[in-house]
Design a protein around this ligand. Structure first.
Ligand code: GDP
Ligand code: MG
Length: 758
C-alpha cells in the first residue's frame, strides 16, 4: 500500500482533508496547532487503498518545535511515496514558503490548493497552470470542507512517477556554496542531498551535528546565509508565484478585520469574552432563562405548575396530573428553562420511566429485595444519574466548538497573551487549557505545542483545573442540590462561578510555579489569526458525536462497574452478610468511608457532617477512577440513605436534596457552613488529582521524575482551595487570614528571588 503524507501550515485544512479522505473523525479546529502528533488512516476508492498520514502543521522544515521535528523526521526517515502539500489558497504567499522547502526533498510532491471555495467567494482568481509550471509539480484545486476536487487530487497523486529529484528556487549567489554542500551529502550517500545541503547553509542545528558538516560551513567564511535564503525564498514567491493570483474585491478580508476591531479591542476584548462565556453558561445551565422570572425570590412572578393546579406535591415530590403536564414540565415549571436544562429534563423523563418501569417489573416478578436494590438503585441509579447530564455537556461543547471553529478562540489567545505573559505563560498555553474544558487527556497531549519544557510542565499541572466534561455533573448536581435544598442562588451563577474559580486557581498556581520551581523565560508567541469562518455543520456534529460515544462507552463500562462495586460494598458487612438500606451504616464501605472522613474536616465535608458524612469521602475516592463516579456514587448511596428507593427520579439533584436533608437533621450542621462545604466539595474535586486516564497521560507527557511532584501538587492545591472556599464561605472574616498568607508567601518569594539575583 502506498503512503501519502499530508503536510502544510497550521490551519490550512490538513485535518479536514484527512477526515474527508479517510472517513475519520479527528479533531478539526480553526486554530493553529490542533494536531500535534501524526495520525494515520486509509483512503479507499474502488479497489485502491492508500495510507494517509496527517502531520502536525508547520511553517518551515527547520525544527524548532516538537511538531516541526515530528513532521520533518517522518518525511525524511519514513520516506512516504508522495507528499501532499496543502496550501491555503487564501494565504498563498505565506503557505508557499514551506512549499519551496518541500520541493528540495527527493520525493514526489503534489500541491492541494485548499479553501478554493473561499477564494471563489471573494472573487480572487488563481491561475493553476501558471503555478504548476513555476513549481514543476502538479497543482489541484480543492475544498476539503465542501469535499470538492478530492478524487482528482488522489488520482493525480496516485499516477505520479515514483521518483523525483529535489529542486530549489535558490539560484545565483549561493550556487557555489550549495554545490559544495550537495557534494558532501552525495559522498555520504544521503538521500535528498539537496534538502540537507540547503538546511546546512541555513545553519540547521541537526545538520551541523553531522561529522564533517560544520567544517564545510566554516569554509564559506563569515556570511549569514540563513537570512539570505529566507529572503531569496520570499522574493521568489512574490515575483514568480504570487503573480498567479489576481485580486477580486477582497471583501472577506476587510470583514474579518472589522470584526477584529471590536473583538480584540484593547479594553473591551476581555469583558466581551466574559460576557460570551456567561451567555453560554446561562443557555446551558439556567433554570430561569433570560431572567424572565426576575432575579431572586422577591421578584419572581411566574406561577409553578402546582400553583396552576396542574400538579400536586406529595412527600416532597411533584406528581403531575397527566402525561401532557409532565411534558410541559420539561420546558416550564415556575420559570422558563434554558435549552440545556430542557434537553436534560427531556432525557430524564425517559430515564425515569425506564428505571421505575424496570423496578416495578422486577417487583411484580417477585425478584429478591437485594436484586431490585442492585439494579434500581445501584446500576440504573448510578448510570442514569451520569447519562442525564449528557445533554448539558453536549450543549456546552456545541458552543465551545462554535467559538473554536469560527476563529474566535484564536483571538482570545491573542488577547490573553498580554495578560498570560505577566504570569509566565504565552498565549499558546491557552489552547490546551481550553481543551481541558473538554477532557484533560487530549489537552495534556496538546501541550506539545509549547516549546519551553518548564512552561509545559506548569501548563500540564493546571489543566485539570479547567473543569472537564466529566466533572460537569458534579458541578451541576451539587449546584442544583444547593439551590433546591436551601432555596438560595442560581444554578448557572454557581456553575459559572466555579469555572471562574478553577481558572483563578490555575493562574495563581502558574504564577507560583513560574516564580519558584519552574522559573524560566516565556517564549514569544507568534500566531497569525485565522480568518473568521462559519463553522461547518458536519464538523460540529462530528465533535458532538465523538463526545457522546466516549461518554456512553464510559457510562456502560467504568461507571457501570464502579457503581456495582459501590453498591455491593455498601450492602455487605465485613462478614459478608447482606445489609438492607437501613443497615448501611454497618457496611464495609461505610466503615472505610468513616476512616477517611476526618481527612476532609478542614474542607467542611468531614466529621462535622456526622454519621452520614462518609458518603462524601467515598465519592472523592471513586472520582479518582473517573470523575463521573462522584455523582454516580452519590446518587446510588443517597437513594439508599434517604430512602428514595424505587421512587424513580434519578437526576442526581433530587437524591442529593434527600441526602442534604438527612445530614442536616442528623448532624445539625448550620446551613451556611453546609452550603460552604458543598461548594468546597465541588472546588476540591475540580482541582484535585484528575481521573486515572488523565494521570497516565500526564505521566507520559511530563519529563522523568516530574510526575510524583505533580501528584503532590494536585493534592496540596485542592486541599488549600477547598479549605479556603469552606472557611471563607462559613466565616467571611477568614478572608483576611488567607490574604495575609498570600502576602506573606509573595514577600518570601520576591525576597528569595532578589537574593538569588545578587
Ligand atoms: P489543520 O490545522 O491544517 O489541520 O486545519 P483544520 O483541518 O483543523 O482546519 C482549519 C479550519 O479551516 C477549520 O475551521 C476548517 O473548517 C477550515 N477549512 C478547512 N478546509 C476548508 C475549505 O476547503 N474551505 C473552507 N472554507 N474552510 C476550510
Ligand atoms: Mg490539524
Amino acid at each position: 500500500m502506498k503512503t501519502f503524507a499530508l503536510i502544510g501550515n497550521p490551519n490550512c485544512g490538513k485535518t479536514t482533508l484527512f477526515n474527508a479522505l479517510t472517513g475519520s473523525t479527528a479533531h478539526v479546529g480553526n486554530w493553529p496547532g490542533v494536531t500535534v502528533d501524526k495520525r494515520e488512516g486509509v483512503y479507499k476508492d474502488g479497489g485502491k487503498k492508500i495510507k494517509i498520514v496527517d502531520l502536525p502543521g508547520i511553517y518551515s522544515l527547520s525544527p524548532y518545535t516538537p511538531e516541526e521535528l515530528i513532521a520533518r523526521n517522518f518525511i525524511l526517515s519514513d520516506e512516504p511515496d508522495a507528499i501532499v502539500n496543502i496550501v491555503d489558497a487564501t494565504n498563498l504567499e505565506r503557505n508557499l514558503y514551506l512549499t519551496t522547502q518541500i520541493l528540495e526533498i527527493d520525493i514526489p510532491v503534489i500541491i492541494a490548493l485548499n479553501m478554493m471555495d473561499e477564494v471563489e467567494k471573494s472573487g480572487d482568481k488563481i491561475n493553476l497552470s501558471k503555478l504548476e509550471k513555476q513549481l514543476g509539480v502538479p497543482v489541484v484545486a480543492i475544498s476539503a470542507l465542501k469535499g470538492s476536487g478530492l478524487k482528482q487530487l488522489m488520482d493525480r497523486a496516485d499516477s505520479m512517477q515514483n521518483k523525483r529529484v529535489g529542486t530549489t528556487i535558490l539560484k545565483g549567489s549561493m550556487d557555489e556554496h550549495l554545490d559544495k554542500a550537495v557534494d558532501f551529502y552525495r559522498r555520504e550517500n544521503n538521500s535528498s542531498p539537496l534538502f540537507h545541503a540547503v538546511k546546512l547553509l541555513e545553519n540547521d542545528e541537526i545538520e551541523l551535528k553531522k561529522s564533517g558538516a560544520a567544517e564545510i560551513v566554516e569554509s564559506f567564511g563569515n556570511v549569514d546565509l540563513e537570512a539570505a535564503i529566507a529572503d531569496a525564498r520570499y522574493s521568489y514567491i512574490s515575483e514568480n508565484l504570487a503573480v498567479a493570483k489576481s485580486k477580486g474585491n477582497g471583501q472577506t478580508l476587510t470583514k474579518s478585520d472589522k470584526i477584529d476591531k471590536v473583538l480584540t479591542h484593547r479594553i473591551w476584548a476581555i469583558p466581551i469574552f466574559l460576557l460570551v462565556l456567561f451567555a453560554i453558561f446561562h443557555l446551558t445551565f439556567s433554570e430561569n432563562l433570560l431572567f424572565l422570572n426576575g432575579f431572586g425570590d422577591s421578584t419572581a412572578w411566574m406561577p409553578s405548575l402546582v400553583e396552576c393546579g396542574l400538579a400536586v406535591e406529595e412527600d416532597g415530590e411533584t406528581v403531575y396530573n397527566n402525561f401532557g403536564v409532565e411534558i410541559l414540565a420539561v420546558f416550564y415549571d415556575g420559570t422558563v428553562y434554558s435549552p440545556g436544562v430542557m434537553l436534560t429534563n427531556f432525557l430524564n423523563l425517559f430515564l425515569d420511566h425506564i428505571s421505575s418501569g424496570v423496578v416495578t417489573l422486577m417487583q411484580n416478578a417477585g425478584a429478591a429485595e437485594w436484586t431490585v436494590g442492585l439494579v434500581g438503585d445501584g446500576i440504573l441509579g448510578g448510570i442514569f444519574a451520569v447519562l442525564g447530564f449528557l445533554p448539558q455537556i453536549l450543549v456546552l461543547f456545541l458552543f465551545f466548538s462554535i467559538l473554536e471553529d469560527t476563529g474566535y478562540m484564536a483571538r482570545i489567545a491573542f488577547v490573553l497573551d498580554r495578560i498570560f505573559r505577566r504570569f509566565g505563560l504565552s498565549g499558546r498555553a491557552f489552547m490546551p487549557m481550553i481543551m481541558g474544558f473538554g477532557c484533560s487527556v487530549p489537552a495534556t497531549v496538546n501541550t506539545r505545542t509549547l516549546a519551553d519544557d518548564k512552561e509545559r510542565t506548569a501548563t500540564i499541572r493546571v489543566i485539570p483545573f479547567f473543569s472537564c466534561g466529566a466533572k460537569l455533573p458534579i458541578l451541576t448536581a451539587v449546584a442544583g442540590g444547593i439551590v433546591a435544598a436551601f432555596g438560595v442562588g442560581n444554578a448557572d451563577v454557581i456553575t459559572f462561578g466555579m469555572y471562574i474559580l478553577g481558572i483563578a486557581a490555575a493562574i495563581v498556581c502558574v504564577l507560583l510555579m513560574r516564580n519558584t520551581s519552574l522559573k524560566g523565560d516565556t517564549p514569544p508567541f507568534i500566531m497569525e489569526l485565522p480568518t473568521y469562518r462559519m463553522p461547518g455543520f458536519k464538523n460540529l456534529m462530528l465533535h458532538l458525536w465523538d463526545k457522546t460515544k466516549h461518554f456512553i462507552k464510559k457510562a456502560f463500562t467504568i461507571i457501570f462497574a464502579s457503581t456495582v462495586i459501590i453498591w455491593l460494598l455498601s450492602h455487605l458487612s465485613w462478614n459478608w452478610n447482606y445489609l438492607s438500606d437501613e443497615e448501611m451504616q454497618n457496611s464495609i464501605l461505610a466503615s472505610l468511608g468513616m476512616l477517611l472522613q476526618p481527612l476532609f474536616t478542614p474542607l467542611g465535608f468531614g466529621s462535622q457532617l456526622g454519621e452520614f458524612g462518609w458518603v462524601f469521602a467515598v465519592a472523592v475516592i471513586t472520582g479518582l477512577v473517573a470523575k463521573e463516579n462522584v455523582i454516580a456514587t452519590f446518587t446510588t448511596l443517597a437513594i439508599c440513605i434517604s430512602a428514595y428507593a424505587g421512587s424513580g427520579t434519578q437526576d442526581g439533584v433530587q437524591e442529593l436534596v434527600g441526602l442534604i436533608d438527612v445530614i442536616t437533621q442528623s448532624s445539625q450542621v448550620p446551613q451556611q457552613q453546609f452550603i460552604a462545604a458543598l461548594i468546597a466539595f465541588i472546588a476540591f474535586n475540580m482541582t484535585t488529582i484528575p481521573c486515572f486516564a488523565a494521570c497516565a497521560t500526564a505521566k507520559s507527557e511530563l519529563q522523568k521524575g516530574k510526575f510524583k511532584w505533580t501528584l503532590l501538587f494536585w493534592l496540596v492545591a485542592s486541599y488549600v482551595v477547598g479549605a479556603a472556599v469552606y472557611t471563607v464561605g462559613s466565616w467571611w472574616w477568614t478572608v483576611f487570614i488567607w490574604l495575609a498568607a498570600v502576602v506573606a508567601v509573595s514577600v518570601v518569594i520576591v525576597l528569595k528571588n532578589k537574593e538569588k539575583k545578587k
